[in-house]
Design a protein around this ligand. Structure first.
Ligand code: GLU
Length: 456
């Protein structure tokens, strides 16, 4: 069976495609030449399944999306206190490249604007270390997060360096204020190299999912960022990540995020997933026009706004195969296999996605491409505490896709599934109270379990 999730992502992409507003960033000539028709979206769950559609292999420079990850690295290298002495955490509401420092402390306002990002960059490795050492440390750290070796795009680096007067000005301002120890030109050169690292949306979704997964890499299971640093980074992303539209973003989309001038945006949803979108045309505040539209739609449709805390709890999925025989509906001596999926807990998108994967693992095509279907599929919601709206819709969709050519039986004594009265599949999906009723429904009276094989 085909997962509905990529189909949904394709729909998100196509809905945003007609938006023609904005222009690619024009202050770096390589970025100004970006193909504006490129578009991609990717989503990575905290347990490492990556979905992506569109131009998901097209690389672009990471730009400001590097800032939260380098901030995490600076905290790792210097400790949070030392970092806070040099860079604040207040939203500035100013343009990203404004030459400004916080009154009283002389610190840059936060690590997501350029002044804060240059000061943060200068804290990587040792404060007096070389540019090469800092850049190498950042490239290796970002590569580990992406799960593949990343590289600095020399063309982007040269292009940005040749017109870096404003950032150089920021470097000198920081040096004069005592916020960086190294040579200001070196700090800016390193910062520009950090912005010129190439990535695609799949890399970014996995990197964001590491933040969403409390610092543990969703694919390798390695702890990469300490949990306290993740909280710090996500807080700053939530308040300062979207340039001077951060307030509007957090109230509309509700996901800690960071955007960059090459048209990427990442979002890290605590406990659930990381997402990334890409489209080069930017609005007047520097955020990707189509990217913002895609994130808004995803958040709205999937219930991703983090303040919508309708449920607390975890879901777990168990699946097994039961062989039954001897029932009145079965010819004598015939044995039939039934796939059973049991969902426990308070289920949101992440739990429903796990169930989707379990279904796809069990009911997959054989070598000839035919789907090896069991004679029936039983869903048990006996231990399901609740389904939120998106989980329910995703499970309904799975049931629709299965019921086309398989018997579907639902054990749902508390009525959590709520198939609508007008659901086209309602007449053919049997809803029963317990396992024995489900078995009798599939095999007929007298039906017995011959064996059970746990599949997880
Ligand atoms: N390299 C860019 C700059 O400092 C990054 C800007 C961004 O993506 O916001 O101008």
């Amino acid at each position: 069976m085909k997962s509905p999730i990529p189909d949904y992502l394709r729909n998100v992409l196509e809905k945003a495609r007609p938006l023609e507003g904005g222009e690619p960033a024009n202050y770096i000539d390589v970025l100004a030449d970006a193909d504006p028709s490129r578009m991609a979206v990717s989503l990575c769950t905290v347990d490492g399944s990556v979905y992506s559609v569109g131009d998901d292999e097209v690389e672009f420079s990471i730009q400001s999306i590097s800032k939260p990850f380098v901030y995490a690295l600076a905290i790792q290298d210097q400790g949070l206190e030392a970092v806070l002495e040099k860079v604040g955490v207040e939203p500035s509401g100013d343009a990203f490249n404004r030459l400004s420092l916080e009154a009283g402390t002389n610190r840059p306002m936060n690590p997501m604007i350029n002044a804060g990002a240059v000061a943060t960059h200068a804290l990587i490795a040792s404060p007096n270390g070389s540019v090469e050492k800092r850049v190498d440390r950042i490239v290796q750290a970002l590569s580990r997060l992406a799960g593949r070796q990343l590289h600095v795009d020399q063309e982007v680096y040269e292009a940005e360096l040749k017109d870096a007067n404003r950032n150089m000005g920021i470097g000198y301002m920081l040096k004069a204020a005592g916020m960086i120890a190294c040579d200001p030109q070196d700090a800016v050169r390193g910062y520009i190299a950090q912005c010129s690292i190439n990535v695609n949306v799949r890399d970014l979704a996995v990197m964001a999912a590491t933040l969403g997964n409390a610092g543990i890499h969703p694919v390798s299971g390695e702890r990469i960022i300490p949990q306290e640093s993740v909280r710090q980074v996500l807080s700053v992303m939530a308040t300062c990540g979207m340039y001077n539209s951060s307030g509007e973003w957090i109230s509309n989309v509700g996901i800690p995020a960071k955007s960059g001038v090459s048209g990427g945006i990442i979002g890290a949803l605590p406990g659930q997933l990381g997402l990334a979108v890409f489209s080069p045309r930017l609005d007047e505040r520097g955020n990707s026009v189509r990217g913002v539209a895609m994130c808004k739609k995803l958040s709205h449709d999937m219930g991703f706004h983090m303040m919508d805390m309708s449920q607390i709890g975890r879901a777990s999925v168990r699946s097994w195969t039961t062989t039954i025989a001897g029932g009145s509906k079965m010819p004598h001596a015939c044995e039939e296999q039934v796939a059973v999926f049991e969902l426990r807990g308070a289920v949101r998108f992440a739990g429903a996605e796990r169930l989707t994967r379990a279904i796809m693992r069990e009911i997959r095509p054989d070598e000839k491409g035919r789907e090896g279907r069991p004679c029936a599929v039983i869903f048990s919601f006996r231990h399901t505490y609740s389904l939120n709206d998106v989980a329910r819709r995703l499970i309904h969709e799975n049931i629709h896709r299965l019921a086309v050519d398989t018997n579907v039986v639902v054990i749902d004594p508390a009525g959590v599934l709520k198939l609508p009265e007008d659901d086209p599949m309602k007449p053919i999906v049997a809803v029963v109270q317990n396992e024995a009723e489900a078995r009798d429904y599939v095999g007929g009276i007298g039906c017995k379990i011959v064996s059970t094989a746990d599949d997880i």
